[in-house]
Design a protein around this ligand. Structure first.
Ligand code: 4AD
Ligand code: MG
Length: 506
């Protein structure tokens, strides 16, 4: 019977046929240990020459990585194996024997892997990331559907800019310029007035002409928009929503998080009560003028430097010790390999520490010199979130640095009622949103100030003319959420085929 690897623990003792690809292989004289992957998981297949015959055994022995095969055998319980089972094989049908699969087990450079993204997706880590992404997508729909939101699709071709004019992708729409959507929000606002609560889930485009670890040119955004919500209702929703998604991954992707070596405890901690700070308080903390639990950012970062330096010397001493043992010689092969791999791991960690030691003094300097009134840069976000285990929501921003559509705080009109959610562990902004301006005159002023074409916004202004109500919403960048949950150093691994500055292929 044809089966998927993920279901094997329920068919112990049965004879099954698996269809997949050779993930790994090692052999001794009359036995081959073949690791098969089929997309649902991996399993060890034990192939004995006596069981499949000399010819078939020779053929299997010749299989290269990623050869495609159909394997029939008996499912046997083995608690030492991943998934608790292995397969004792009695027949192998080769679909294609592959020689020289380009991605080997040895280390490849990132550009090589990106060029081979269409193949790289088969590797264990990438497989795990894509499964987490899938869980997140499903959890997002589940959350909003349960809360009574209606999913809507916003247009991709648009005549207006939602998030500023600097990063628009222009296309030709029957002879007139159109832009690929930067955000579905404005259309979401219209639909919220029709449906009450909606969310979009679609691709968005921004021409970001720089290479950073958190910018894509094409990314997926989830944008809920709610009638009769103010900024505080909005923050409650952001918090419930993010927690629900993180908890879904913790519950459903234990194996994947393990493959990714994700520190699960940090994710669990992140599900505590989120921090809410207005801009003024957030700035005071960044600059070290206000402490958090008795410590300032500057003290904390200086302590981080001292900790990293101490860790580095410990690692260096450890390497020296192991190297001396290796140099002496006469050690068993297994022991040599163990010491060598520990040395390699330590060296990797030292590289990371050295990067931190380059960054930390710069962060301290830019935190101390932060100019009140400006937007946060990546390092400001890192410095602020360093002080907490949970995400931080910063609200009430100087209106000059935020989007045109944000409502002014009626008591302090110099602030706009925007909110950013900053993820912990150095990830920074993953959500941006806020309460929307309802005052038609103020909105028009902002449209002019941002040099946007008024005619393209007439329909949007209609929403303030016909049954205008307080309303709010936010946008979550899917790839940034995946990067944080999987603890990846770059968003390029969070989407099957990333589009970013300098990368259109594959
Ligand atoms: O903060 P942004 O620009 O907000 C908006 O677009 C609003 N219209 C959302 C709303 O209120 N409905 O973008 C929202 C989120 C960011 O917090 C970030 O997570 C993600 O979208 N994002 C990007 N992700 C990857 N690459 C980029 N170039 C991104 N730009 C924004
Ligand atoms: Mg933003």
């Amino acid at each position: 019977m044809k089966r998927y690897i993920q279901d094997l623990s329920t068919c112990i003792g049965e004879e099954v046929t698996l269809q997949g690809w050779v993930y790994n292989k090692r052999e001794s004289k009359a036995l081959i240990f073949l690791i098969l992957r089929d997309g649902s998981g991996i399993v060890q297949c034990i192939i004995a020459q006596d069981d499949i015959g000399e010819n078939s055994f020779a053929e299997v022995s010749s299989l290269g990585l990623e050869s495609s095969v159909r394997i029939t055998g008996k499912v046997v319980e083995d608690t030492r194996q991943h998934g608790g089972v292995e397969l004792h094989v009695n027949a192998v049908e080769v679909i294609q024997n592959v020689a020289d699969y380009p991605i080997s087990k040895k280390e490849h450079g990132i550009e090589f892997l990106m060029d081979n993204r269409h193949l790289w997706l088969r590797s264990r880590r990438q497989w795990a990331i894509m499964r987490v992404r899938n869980t997140i997508i499903f959890a997002i729909h589940r959350f909003f559907q349960k809360e009574g939101f209606v999913q809507m699709d916003a247009p991709i071709f648009t005549g207006n800019a939602c998030e500023g004019t600097t990063d628009l992708f222009e296309t030709d729409f029957y002879g007139r310029p159109a832009y690929l959507s930067q955000s579905g929000q404005l259309y979401g606002e219209a639909m919220a007035m029709a449906m009450g609560k909606i969310y979009t889930f679609g691709p968005t485009f921004r021409s970001e002409k720089s290479k950073t670890r958190r910018h894509l040119s094409e990314f997926w955004m989830i944008e809920p928009e709610m009638a009769y919500y103010d900024i505080f209702d909005n923050m409650d929703l952001i918090e419930d929503f993010i927690k629900a998604v993180v908890q879904a991954v913790l519950a459903e992707n234990k194996d994947e998080l393990e493959i990714l070596e994700r520190d699960v405890e940090a994710l669990e901690k992140a599900c505590g009560e989120f921090i809410r700070l207005n801009y003024d308080d957030a700035v005071a903390i960044i600059k070290g003028e206000k402490d958090v639990d008795g410590k300032t950012t500057i003290e904390t970062l200086k302590a981080d430097i001292a900790d990293r330096e101490a860790e580095k010397s410990e690692l260096e001493a450890d390497i020296e010790e192991r190297q001396a043992l290796l140099d002496k010689g006469g050690m068993k092969k297994g022991k040599v390999a163990y010491h060598q791999s520990t040395i390699d791991k330590n060296k990797q960690r030292i590289k990371q520490i050295e990067e931190d030691l380059r960054n930390l003094p710069q962060w301290i300097e830019s935190a101390e010199n932060f100019k009140y009134g400006s937007d946060f840069g990546g390092s400001d976000e890192t410095v602020l979130t360093r002080m907490f285990d949970v995400p931080v929501m910063v609200y009430d921003w100087p209106h000059a640095v935020k989007a045109f559509y944000l409502k002014r705080n009626p008591e302090h009109p110099e602030f706009a009622r925007g909110v950013d959610l900053l993820a912990p562990e150095g990830y920074g902004e993953i959500v941006g949103g806020g309460e929307r301006e309802t005052n038609e005159e103020w909105l028009k002023e902002k449209i002019i100030e941002h040099e946007l074409p008024m005619s393209e916004f007439e329909w949007y202004l209609d929403l303030r003319r016909f049954g205008s109500v307080p309303h709010a919403g936010f946008g979550l960048g899917l790839e940034r959420l995946v990067a944080w949950i999987c603890k990846l150093s770059h968003v390029r691994e969070t989407i099957p085929f990333p589009r970013m500055y300098g990368r259109l292929e594959p």
